[in-house]
Design a protein around this ligand. Structure first.
Ligand code: FAD
Length: 689
C-alpha cells in the first residue's frame, strides 16, 4: 500500500500536531512524569492490571487479541506486525497480549464475533517459551476446566495460529502443533492454516509472509471484513522534552529500569532486571589472529543470583557506536541524538518497549536490534517515506520480490540503516516517523550462553565461552559482526589493556549509561535449564561438544573433578571435542590434562581435528569408531549430552547413535531409532543449542 504526497502531508500534520499538543505549555513536573512509560516501574504497573482477557477486550473495545509466546522477541514482533496489519488493512480493533499476563479459564466466553491469534515459538526441546508455560499447561491439560462449562467448551472461539520453530530440532514447532490440536479438540474454529515458520532452514520470515495472505483472506471472509487502503498510523507519539537534557536525573540514558536509574538496583535479577556484574577476568582461547573465542569469568558475588552447572547466562549487549551513528545519520537525527524525548503509546494496549523519558541515542544504542536482519514487509512499509521516487520504487520492489530481496539484502546481511543508505543513495530519510522504527525493529535481546563453569567449584563466578561472530560476505568491504560477541570482545580488550581499544573499529559505550558499567562490568541474568548431570555422579556420561559446544561440557567435567576432590565416586566420563587444528582452536587443552590427573582412567578426551589430516574428521566419526564402548556405556545407563551447531553435527550424532545401537545390539535401525527417542524423552539424551 502506498501513500501519495497528500497523504504524507496529512500524516505529517497529524504527527506534528500530536507532538505540538503534547508539548504545549511545558508543564513537566520533575517528580511525576505523565509520559514516563509503564516499563519504568514494571511492578507497580502490573499491580492493578486485570488478568481477565474478556474484560480487557470489552474495556478497550477490541475484537482481535494477538497472544504471543516469545523467547527471543521474534514471536512478539510478529504479533505486533499482525496487529498493525489487521488494523490498517481490515479495520480490526487489535491488541497484542503477552500470554503470561492473562488467565485462560474464560476463553469459552469470548463471543464468536471476535478472533484470537496465537503466535507461538517453540523453545529448545519442544518446550513452550517461558511466558507460555502456564497457558500451555492449561490448554493441553486433559481435564481443562472453563468457567461456563459450554459444550463443546470452545465452540464459540475463532482462532488463528502461527508457530516459530527450527526443523533441526526433533520437536519441530511442537508448540503450535500441540496447541492447535488441543484447541481443535475443545471445539474451537481455526481460521486459515496453522502456520509454521522454520528458523533452521532460514525461511522464517518468508514462511510467515506466505502464510499470512491466505489467512487474512479466510479471516476477512469469516468475519465479513472489508479490506481497505492501508494507511500508516503511528502507534507511538514521540514528544521532545525541551525542559530536559541528558544530564537531567529522570532521563534514562540506557538504564534498563527505574531502579537502575535511581541507583537502587537490587534483585531478583531476571529478564526485566539485569545485574551489572563485574568481569573478574577474560582471555582469548584461540591462538590464531583472524578468529576469536573468549573465556570470561563473571562475578555474581555481589548479587543474590545463583546458578547450577548446565544453566545459561544471558548477556545484555549494546550496539556498536558506528552502527548507531549510521542509523542516526541516515535518518537525519545526528544533531538531535541527545535530545530528550518521551515516548507514549497512542493506544492503551500498546507498550513502549523501553523506559522514557530518554534520548534518541539511548533508544538506538541500548534498546533496538538495529543490526538485525530486516524484514521485507518493513521495507515495503517504509517505501511511502522514501526521499525520492526512485528510492520509493526500489523499496517497493524489495518489499514485493522475494528473490530480489534475497540477492540485494539478505545475502549481504545488511541491516536497516545500510539498506536505507544504499537505496537512498546517501540521501537522508527524514520523512519516516520514528514510531515506525519502534514498531518495526525488535527490541534488543539478551544473548544466551551455556555456562562453562561448575557451581560446585565456583558458585559465585560464572564462566562464558563464546566464539566471536565475524563473517566475510560477498559484496561488503567490512565483515559482518555479531552484536553481543563483539561487545564482549571489546570488554576483554579493555580489561587486558590491549593496544586496540575497540575491535575492528567498532566502538562500544563500554562504561554504560552514566558510566554505571565502568570498571569492566556487563549486564547479565541467569536462566535455569534442564541440561543437567545425572543426580548420581557414579553414572557414566558421554559428552559431545565440538567448538563452543564444549562450554557446558567444561562445566560438567569441572564439576566431576570437584566431586572427586570432595571424596565422591565418579563414573566414566567421555568428552568428544572437535575443532579445526590442534594448534589453532583447541580450547582448554591444559584444563583437560589437569582433569585427567584427578579423574584418571575415568576421564577420556577424544579429539577430532577437521583440518589436520587428508580427510575431514568430525566428532560423529570418532563416536562411530568407539561404537562398542559407547553401547556398553549406554547399557550401563550412561547419560548422553550434545551441544553446539544443531544444524548439522547434532543431527548426525543422533543418526550415528542409532546406527551404533542397531549394529551393536543386532536390532533393526527403526528399533534403534525408537530407543534413542526414548532416551530423549527420559532425559538420558539431552541436547542444547
Ligand atoms: P548476532 O548479532 O545476534 O548475530 C547472530 C547471527 O544472526 C548471525 O551470525 C547471522 O546469522 C544472523 N544475523 C544477524 N544480523 C543479521 C543481518 N543483518 N542479516 C542477516 N543475518 C543476520 N554461543 C557461544 O559462543 N557459546 C555458548 O556457550 C552459547 N550458548 C548458547 C546457549 C543457548 C541456550 C543459546 C540459545 C545460544 C547460545 N549461544 C552460544 C549463541 C549465542 O547466544 C549468540 O547467538 C551468539 O554468540 C551470537 O551473538 P551475537 O550477538 O554476537 O550475534
Amino acid at each position: 500500500a502506498e501513500l501519495d504526497t497528500l497523504d504524507l502531508v496529512v500524516l505529517a500534520a497529524i504527527l506534528f500536531g500530536t507532538v505540538a499538543y503534547f508539548t504545549k505549555g511545558k508543564l513537566w513536573g520533575v517528580t511525576k512524569d505523565p509520559y514516563a512509560s509503564s516499563l519504568a516501574n514494571a511492578s507497580s504497573a502490573k499491580a492493578g492490571k486485570t488478568r481477565n482477557i474478556v474484560e480487557k477486550m470489552e474495556e478497550q473495545g477490541k475484537n482481535c487479541i494477538i497472544f504471543y509466546g516469545s523467547q527471543t522477541g521474534t514471536a512478539e514482533d510478529y504479533a505486533s506486525r499482525l496487529a498493525k496489519e489487521g488494523k490498517s488493512r481490515f479495520g480490526l480493533e487489535t491488541m497484542v497480549a503477552d500470554l503470561e499476563e492473562y488467565d485462560f479459564d474464560n476463553l469459552d466466553t469470548i463471543p464468536d464475533d471476535k478472533v484470537v491469534f496465537f503466535v507461538l515459538a517453540t523453545y529448545g526441546e519442544g518446550e513452550p517459551t517461558d511466558n507460555a508455560v502456564d497457558f500451555y499447561e492449561f490448554i493441553t491439560n486433559e481435564d481443562v476446566n472453563f468457567t461456563e462449562g459450554n459444550e463443546p467448551a470452545l465452540g464459540n472461539l475463532n482462532y488463528v495460529t502461527f508457530g516459530l520453530g527450527n526443523n533441526t530440532y526433533e520437536h519441530y514447532n511442537s508448540m503450535v502443533r500441540n496447541v492447535d490440536k488441543a484447541l481443535q479438540k475443545l471445539g474451537a474454529h481455526r481460521i486459515g492454516d496453522a502456520g509454521e515458520g522454520d528458523d533452521g532452514a532460514g525461511t522464517m520470515e518468508e514462511d510467515f509472509l506466505a502464510w499470512k495472505e491466505p489467512m487474512w483472506k479466510a479471516l476477512a471472509e469469516r468475519m465479513g471484513l472489508e479490506e481497505r487502503e492501508a494507511v500508516y498510523e503511528p502507534v507511538f507519539s514521540i514528544v521532545e522534552r525541551e525542559g530536559l537534557t541528558k544530564e537531567s536525573p529522570e532521563v534514562y540514558l540506557g538504564e534498563p529500569n527505574k531502579m537502575h536509574l535511581d541507583g537502587t538496583a537490587k534483585g531478583p535479577f531476571n529478564a526485566h532486571n539485569p545485574y551489572i556484574a563485574p568481569i573478574a577476568q577474560s582471555y582469548e582461547l584461540f591462538s590464531v589472529k583472524d578468529r576469536n573465542c573468549l573465556h570470561m569469568d563473571i562475578d555474581i558475588s555481589g548479587s543474590n543470583l545463583n546458578y547450577q552447572t548446565g544453566d545459561h547466562i544471558a548477556v545484555w549487549p549494546t550496539n556498536p557506536g558506528e552502527e548507531v551513528d549510521r542509523f542516526m545519520n541516515v535518518l537525519g537525527l545526528s544533531e538531535k541524538r541527545h535530545t530528550v524525548v518521551s515516548v507514549k503509546a497512542l493506544e492503551p494496549t500498546a507498550k513502549v518497549p523501553f523506559p522514557t523519558p530518554t534520548t534518541y541515542d539511548a533508544i538506538v544504542r541500548y534498546h533496538m536490534e538495529i543490526c538485525a536482519p530486516v524484514s521485507r514487509q518493513f521495507l515495503a512499509q517504509l517505501a511511502a517515506f522514501a526521499p525520492d521516487a526512485e528510492a520509493r520504487a526500489e523499496m517497493t520492489k524489495l518489499g514485493a520480490e522475494k528473490d530480489y530481496f534475497y540477492e540485494k539484502i539478505s545475502l549481504h546481511h545488511l541491516n536497516i540503516a545500510r539498506v536505507l543508505e544504499i537505496v537512498g543513495k546517501g540521501q537522508k530519510w527524514t520523512n519516516i516517523p520514528f514510531s515506525a522504527f519502534i514498531e518495526g525493529i525488535t527490541k534488543l535481546q539478551p544473548r544466551y550462553y551455556s555456562i562453562s563453569s561448575s557451581s560446585l567449584e565456583q558458585p559465585k563466578k560464572i564462566s562464558i565461552t563464546a566464539v566471536v561472530e565475524s563473517t566475510q560476505l560477498p559484496g561488503r568491504d567490512d565483515p559482518f559482526r555479531g552484536v553481543a560477541t563483539n561487545y564482549l570482545l571489546a570488554l576483554k580488550q579493555k580489561q587486558n589493556g590491549e593496544p586496540e581499544p575497540c575491535p575492528f573499529g567498532l566502538s562500544y559505550e563500554l562504561t554504560g549509561p552514566r558510566n554505571k558499567y565502568d570498571g569492566i562490568h556487563v549486564p547479565v541474568h541467569v536462566r535455569h535449564s534442564n541440561f543437567k548431570l545425572p543426580s548420581d555422579p557414579s553414572k557414566p556420561i558421554i559428552c559431545i561438544g565440538p567448538g563452543t559446544g564444549v562450554a557446558p561440557m567444561r562445566g560438567f567435567i569441572r564439576e566431576r573433578v570437584q566431586q572427586v576432590k570432595n571424596g565422591e565416586k565418579v563414573g566414566k566420563t567421555l568428552l568428544f571435542f572437535g575443532c579445526r587444528k590442534s594448534t589453532e582452536d583447541f580450547m582448554y587443552k591444559n584444563e583437560w590434562e589437569e582433569a585427567k590427573e584427578i579423574l584418571g582412567d575415568n576421564f577420556e578426551l577424544i579429539t577430532a581435528f577437521s583440518r589436520e589430516g587428508p580427510k575431514k574428521v568430525y566428532v560423529q566419526h570418532r563416536l562411530k569408531e568407539r561404537a562398542e564402548e559407547i553401547n556398553q556405556l549406554l547399557e550401563q545407563k550412561a547419560y548422553f549430552y550434545v551441544c553446539g551447531d544443531a544444524a548439522n553435527m547434532a543431527r548426525e550424532v543422533n543418526t550415528v547413535l542409532s546406527q551404533i545401537i542397531s549394529e551393536q545390539r543386532g536390532i533393526p535401525e527403526a528399533k534403534a531409532e525408537e530407543i534413542v527417542k526414548n532416551m530423549r524423552s527420559s532425559n538420558q539424551y539431552q541436547d542444547v543449542w
